[in-house]
Unconditional design. Structure first.
Length: 185
């Protein structure tokens, strides 16, 4: 370990060869499936980059396998998010296609609402826009949002609350406009 900490890549290569099979086996069993080799490679890179946090005298194998397990979970979580986003995108596209066939006016209104929402999002201060994007566009939970943005969880909550309040205020007149036009028309 002293040689690895000193930057000896050959010494780290020995550790990689010694533990690669166990790392891959764990990744497969933990759910990485066809991504197991990629997960293991990322885990070894992360282990190498964080070797300074490895406690002297501690066994390397459990420390490495913990990183592999965490990376497997991260990979599975990212895959679920990707599938969910793709599903949402597909549903929105399919709904839009159905509406286009059934009701061109509804399609235009949906596009207009999306444009109004995007304009309102762009008007938010950067920190509020970031927290809304993380929570609702990327579908991250509060803890993940706090990690991504590097903020305490309470800051995420308060900025999200202020952002949503501001969006409600900005979007309320836009939502009332079509009804007003119908009343006056």
């Amino acid at each position: 370990m002293a040689r690895v900490r000193a930057g000896d890549a050959d010494a780290y290569a020995v550790l990689v060869r010694r533990h690669a099979a166990d790392a891959r086996r764990l990744a497969v069993v933990a759910g990485a499936g066809p991504d197991a080799d990629d997960v293991v490679q990322v885990a070894f890179v992360k282990a190498y980059r964080t070797i300074g946090s490895f406690r002297d005298g501690a066994p390397f194998r459990p420390w490495l396998l913990r990183i592999v397990l965490n990376e497997t979970r991260n990979n599975a979580r990212a895959a679920r998010r990707y599938r969910a986003a793709a599903d949402r995108s597909f549903l929105l596209d399919a709904a839009g296609a159905d509406m286009a066939v059934d009701d061109p006016a509804a399609t235009a209104l949906t596009g207009e609402r999306r444009a109004v929402l995007m304009t309102a999002l762009r008007s938010l201060p950067e920190p509020q826009r970031q927290v809304v994007a993380c929570r609702y566009l990327l579908d991250l939970d509060e803890e993940e949002t706090a990690t991504v943005l590097g903020w305490p969880r309470g800051t995420v909550k308060s900025r999200l609350h202020r952002a949503l309040r501001r969006l409600r205020t900005e979007l309320a007149p836009a939502a009332a406009t079509p009804a007003q036009e119908v009343d006056h028309g």
